[in-house]
Design a protein around this ligand. Structure first.
Ligand code: ATP
Length: 205
């Protein structure tokens, strides 16, 4: 990269409760496909759309993301949403990043499920104007948005990756049932979950 080219920054938010191999595959694919200079993992403080469940303590989720991204220097743990009071709105984070890195190209990295819900996000029109969406393709198929998003011009990069049938919900249930977590999370994350007795039956949702 020459000095005159804008920084290419991936913005990857989530509950990360816990971060798993689906997240890592999405992030790795984004890094490679979009030739990003860095990809920021942003654990959500209070995700406004997941209010039905109390998230695991921010300290644990921050620590697990640090373990999940280990070994890739372009991954950055950005804990600003954990430090912010009130709900975690992506538009606020994007505006802060724009102020900190003027001229940078921002890529909002999301899965198909979030793309389908994007029209419910706060200030989604402003968000679409500010970022390029980077959406995981499902089984090699083009990602599908809601009609409102489809009818609004936006920049879209499709991330080619196989479907990885892993969700944090399934992992919490597996941990509660005492099932092994390898092939679902990084070994260091599995060790952290075991060591801190996370997602045990009495605490599972
Ligand atoms: P939960 O099961 O608790 O709802 P989750 O596994 O969906 O959690 P999140 O932290 O909510 O994980 O996801 C963060 C981002 O990662 C979202 O954009 C989501 O679409 C994407 N994502 C989650 N799981 C996968 C997966 N297996 N493959 C690709 N993308 C994924």
């Amino acid at each position: 990269m020459t000095a005159s080219q804008p920084l290419r920054i991936g913005v990857f938010g989530g509950s990360f409760d816990p971060p798993h191999l689906g997240h890592r595959a999405l992030a790795d694919t984004a890094l490679r496909t979009l030739a990003l200079d860095e990809l920021r993992w942003l654990p959500a403080g209070r995700p406004w759309q997941k209010s039905d469940r109390v998230l695991t303590d921010a300290t644990h989720r921050r620590a697990m993301v640090a373990l999940a991204i280990d070994g890739e220097a372009r991954f950055v743990l950005d804990d600003r949403e954990l430090r912010r009071s009130g709900p975690s709105y992506t538009i606020d984070t994007v505006r802060e990043l724009q102020a900190e890195q003027p001229g940078a190209a921002l890529f909002l990295v999301i899965g198909q499920d979030q793309y389908a819900r994007l029209h419910t996000w706060r200030a989604w029109r402003a968000l679409l104007a500010d970022v390029t969406l980077a959406v995981a393709a499902r089984e090699g198929q083009a990602p599908v948005p809601d009609a409102e998003i489809a009818g609004t011009p936006h920049r879209l990069e499709v991330l080619p990756m196989p479907r990885i049938d892993v969700s944090a919900t399934a992992i919490r249930h597996a941990a509660a049932a005492g099932t092994g977590l390898h092939a679902l999370v990084a070994p260091a994350v599995a060790g952290y979950i075991a060591h801190h007795h996370l997602y045990r039956k009495d605490a599972a949702h």
